[in-house]
Design a protein around this ligand. Structure first.
Ligand code: NI
Length: 140
């Protein structure tokens, strides 16, 4: 059931918030606030579950130059160390030199974050980002 709440904000802060959410395509403040709250809760849940074996899901994006065969081999070798953690991998050839790889990792938080960090840290990875995800079952 939806509950209504009142929020007090400084005018300039509200103005910036409105501009930001409009630019990002939100049509209502409520939906933008809900997403912000969920993001915060997911981040907290992830840090709380760092030592537990509860299953988590994360998305890893990597951009690198495929010209370096050694780099591509290293990224693959790291993924093969824990093959069950990588549940899906998408490879897009961005241009003549750059590749984008998007991986879905599943497993205990500590394990998959460690795997993701090893991938992002490989020398030659130009862009690397790890996004904790959630089934959202407790966040509706
Ligand atoms: Ni490629």
């Amino acid at each position: 059931m939806l509950q209504r709440i009142g929020v007090s904000l400084e005018e300039s802060l509200l103005k910036q918030f409105d501009e930001d959410i409009t630019a990002r395509g939100y049509t209502s403040r409520s939906e933008a606030l809900r997403d912000l709250i969920r993001e915060q809760l997911v981040a907290r849940r992830w840090s709380d579950s760092a030592d537990s074996s509860a299953e988590q899901v994360a998305v890893v994006s990597l951009v690198y130059e495929h010209d370096s065969m050694d780099l591509a081999r290293r990224l693959t070798a790291i993924q093969h160390r824990d093959p069950h953690a990588v549940v899906s991998a998408l490879h897009v050839h961005m241009d003549h030199h750059n590749c984008l790889e998007v991986l879905i990792l599943r497993g205990a938080a500590r394990k998959i974050i460690s795997l993701a960090e090893q991938l992002v840290a490989v020398r030659g990875v130009k862009f690397g980002k790890v996004v904790p995800a959630t089934t959202g079952k407790d966040l509706t």
